[in-house]
Write a protein that binds this ligand. Structure first.
Ligand code: SF4
Length: 334
């Protein structure tokens, strides 16, 4: 079984973010939240092969009680990831994460440009992020970062070369999505800032992608790159259609035909379930095996004819061009 745990607390709200999270929570509120998660974690009845703490900033919480509640359920060899904000990286925090069983870190760097980091409201400079990651690497070999492509103030930045020495095992590169409720969306609305064109964003993604390839990170999913053997097992499990438990305010879960969003459950039909579990394999380099689903062949062949998918027997994989428009392909198929 896989487990995702959501922490909705942040130091402050980033301009581009509309995720379920809030700044300015009290220590007591965070402790109550963890105590509630720990109570619910005690009820887990299957061994966990992956655990992922995301947010928000999980390290703003004292995680000890949750680690203790999870310990009996964590299987041998479990991948245990925690997302970290660079400002949360201290020797003490890293040691307590290791002690709690964590063995993989994902640090949100987001930009390599100081002016952009400031505009985003991230609260650190590139040099500070670099120092934070070096400290992470002293404690965790399996560590990577997240970047955002297409933030309006981001220049085409030569600093990519600096990442060559970081010892990255993983990198996620997400295109900026203008979220309706974000501060950035309001800035765009009142024309205080202009978004880059889709082509400029694609150029940036190609530039980052090419650089990551040059340092040995292979693109194994449309937004994710990893050194061989360091692909995120938790996310791969979700994309391959495995069940996962979601704990916490903003968490999603999928067990059998039941879907939970923020603790509210709904049941989907077996057809929807099958589609959702299978089609998302298209995001990965493993591709989608359409055998046993003759009704999927026609729409998939249409994308193959357009050069967006490559077909080997009944397995379809995104082409380079297809990976740039994957979301619209999936929207049409689902
Ligand atoms: S991007 Fe992350 S750190 Fe920033 S407000 Fe959103 S959840 Fe919090």
């Amino acid at each position: 079984m896989n487990l995702y745990v959501h922490f909705p607390f942040c130091r402050r709200k980033c301009t581009y973010c509309a995720l379920h999270s809030r700044a300015g929570s009290s220590r007591e509120r965070r402790a109550d939240y963890v105590a509630d998660l720990a109570r619910r974690a005690e009820e887990i009845d299957s061994p966990l092969s992956t655990v992922y703490f995301g947010g928000g900033s999980p390290a703003l919480c004292e995680l000890g009680p949750l680690f203790a509640a999870l310990r009996p359920h964590v299987a041998e060899g479990c991948e245990f990831t925690v997302e970290l904000h660079p400002l949360d990286v201290t020797r003490e925090t890293l040691e307590s994460l290791r002690h709690g069983g964590v063995n993989r870190i994902s640090m949100g760097v987001q930009s390599l440009d100081d002016a952009t980091l400031e505009h985003m409201g991230r609260g650190y400079t590139f040099d500070e992020a670099e120092r934070a990651f070096a400290l992470v690497k002293e404690h965790f070999d399996n560590a990577g970062i997240d970047l955002i492509a297409g933030y309006p103030t981001e220049p085409n930045c030569s600093r990519l070369e600096r990442l060559a020495d970081w010892g990255l095992r993983h990198c996620s590169v997400y295109s900026l999505i203008l979220e309706e409720r974000s501060m950035l969306s309001k800035m765009v609305e009142r024309q205080a800032i202009k978004l880059p064109s889709d082509d400029a964003v694609l150029d940036r993604i190609r530039e980052v992608s090419c650089f990551l390839k040059s340092i040995g990170l292979r693109r194994y999913e449309i937004s994710n790159y990893a050194a061989p053997g360091f692909e995120c097992r938790h996310n791969m499990a979700v994309w391959r259609g495995e069940d996962y438990i979601g704990l916490g305010e903003g968490a999603h879960g999928r067990i059998g035909l039941t879907r939970t969003v923020s603790g509210v459950a709904e049941t989907v039909t077996p057809e929807t379930d099958e589609k959702e579990r299978r089609l998302f394999c298209l995001r990965t380099i493993e591709g989608l095996d359409a055998s046993g689903h003759p009704e999927w062949i026609k729409p998939l062949d249409k994308f193959a004819d357009e050069g967006l998918l490559a077909k080997t027997d009944e397995v379809y994989r995104l082409t380079e061009r297809g990976s740039e428009v994957c979301d619209s392909i999936l929207a049409e198929l689902v």
